[in-house]
Design a protein around this ligand. Structure first.
Ligand code: ADP
Ligand code: ASP
Ligand code: MG
Length: 452
């Protein structure tokens, strides 16, 4: 059995939903996991924020209603198909508007309707075409989570609950399960974090011992770089788990950074495929990659994380070096700020974060007695990844001279602890220039690629 996850663009229009139905029906009883139609989660959350500022509930709901309505019309489905969901959303927006208060818990509840509507629509289209499918809310497929709203994780009982739910389905019936969402022990809706449907799919696959996880999206696999940034990016036919995990962690949005973990633990291959061109091979992610799929020993891909901030914390000498690092990280952790690239010296600690100014200001205030904190906004983290990189001499030199030749100044460097990446920070304004030059050097220039 395989688990097939379809992302937002795959379920975002009538023709693509029809395409999804054909792809699903060509497989022997898969578990199907769906995201909200593209832009719907953003619309749901924006509506919630509007309502929290006292906006009109009908106005807050309008973009989602229009978007989903258009889908129903294009698919020839009844216009009242989503009446229950629309009514529930209106109630929620009214409540938020009345109270002027918006918690993470309420945001999760509101966001969940995007996936709920997708599951119903996809199951209906499959059934209308002669298949047997039912929409299943994630909590009816075992997704019990902790109560960490906005970033929930499954509880230890979840996997067994998923197996029980799968076994209880009517014979031959394909479940179309909502990605991204779950429910905590008290029955409250949670979400796994933005882009989390990939993770839902891999958790279900691990629980059921699936043969393969298929992530169906709008590109033909994981590519050497985001094709929106580098038009010449090409598909990577094979990647190792470690490479895919690093690329995802450092910003390759095509996979949620946590997707790979359950797959690795359960030894399940992950395939990334294109809903728009299903005949394309896609990318297969395995524990180890056969040498014939490697062109050289250099990087296999470049990931980019934009709109990062670079924080420098300079000690005022009140703490020794060890106490200083521990204190700084402790304060930022307490404020919920994740730290990515780190560089240290005797008196200074620099690192990159994705956090807003307000949170950083609060952390800086807490450190005021022992350190001076400065923040540089509009930075980008660029990361080159490849299993072969750990054994290849001179790569860092080539990476940095390529950036230098392109006129890009490098601000911070880190050789990833896993040794399969080299990561550095540049000004966001320089990021495209740097990435295009590196892509041209490592992936478009044949002599450089073979040298790698
Ligand atoms: P979905 O809605 O299917 O989950 P996403 O938008 O989350 O799709 O991910 C697909 C997008 O990821 C692509 O359209 C592409 O712009 C972006 N992307 C970023 N890095 C890469 C990469 N290395 N390879 C392929 N796509 C990438
Ligand atoms: N719909 C959710 C989001 O937009 C989850 C997902 O698409 O994976 O973040
Ligand atoms: Mg995604």
């Amino acid at each position: 059995m395989i688990v097939m996850k379809f992302g937002g663009t795959s379920v975002g229009s009538a023709p693509t939903i029809a395409g999804v139905a054909s792809i699903v029906m060509a497989h022997e009883r898969p578990v199907v996991v769906v995201s909200a139609a593209s832009r719907v989660t953003d619309m749901l959350l924006a509506g919630a924020r509007l309502a929290a500022q006292g906006g009109d509930a009908l106005e807050a709901r309008r973009p989602v209603v229009e978007r989903e309505h258009a889908l129903l019309v294009d698919l020839g489905l009844p216009c009242d198909f989503f009446d229950d969901e629309f009514a529930a959303l209106l109630d929620l927006y009214r409540g938020v508007s009345l109270l002027g208060e918006l918690t993470d818990r309420t945001l999760d509840r509101i966001a969940s309707y995007g996936e709920m509507m997708s599951a119903r629509i996809v199951a209906r289209v499959i059934t209308d075409r002669g298949g047997t499918a039912i929409p299943v809310a994630a909590w009816d497929f075992g997704m019990c989570t902790d109560s960490n709203f906005g970033n929930a994780r499954p509880t230890p009982e979840a996997a067994a609950a998923t197996r029980a739910a799968w076994e209880a389905l009517p014979a031959g019936c394909v479940p179309v399960v909502t990605g991204f969402i779950g429910r905590d022990g008290r029955g409250r809706v949670t979400t796994l974090g933005r882009g989390g449907s990939d993770l839902s799919a891999s958790l279900f696959a691990a629980a059921l011992g699936a043969e393969e996880i298929q992530i169906w999206t709008d590109v033909s696999g994981i590519m050497t770089c985001d094709p929106r940034l580098v038009p010449g990016a090409r598909v990577l036919p094979r990647l190792s788990f470690a490479e895919a995990a690093e690329l995802a962690f450092f910003g390759a949005r095509v996979l949620h950074p946590k997707t790979i973990e359950p797959a690795v633990a359960a030894h399940i291959p992950v395939r990334v495929k294109n809903t728009f061109v299903p005949t394309d091979e896609g990318t297969l992610i395995l524990e180890q990659v056969d040498g014939k799929f490697r062109r050289g020993r250099g990087p296999v891909g470049i990931a980019v994380n934009r709109r990062v901030r670079c924080v420098s914390v300079t000690s005022t000498g009140m703490l020794d070096a060890i106490g200083f690092v521990a204190r700084v990280f402790g304060v930022f952790a307490r404020h919920g700020v994740g730290i990515d690239v780190i560089a240290t010296s005797e008196v200074q600690l620099s690192f990159t974060v994705v956090a807003d100014e307000e949170v950083l200001g609060a952390a800086a205030a807490e450190l005021a007695d022992a350190a001076c904190v400065t923040v540089q906004p509009e930075r980008a983290v660029v990361c080159l990844v490849g299993e072969g990189m750990k054994t290849t001499a001179g790569l860092a030199g080539r990476i940095f001279s390529t950036c230098g030749d392109a006129g890009v100044n490098i601000e911070m460097i880190s050789q990833g602890a896993s040794e399969i990446n080299v990561t550095f920070v540049v000004r966001d304004a320089d990021c495209e220039q740097a990435v295009r030059a590196l892509h041209a050097h490592f992936f478009e220039d044949a002599s450089a690629a073979s040298e790698a």
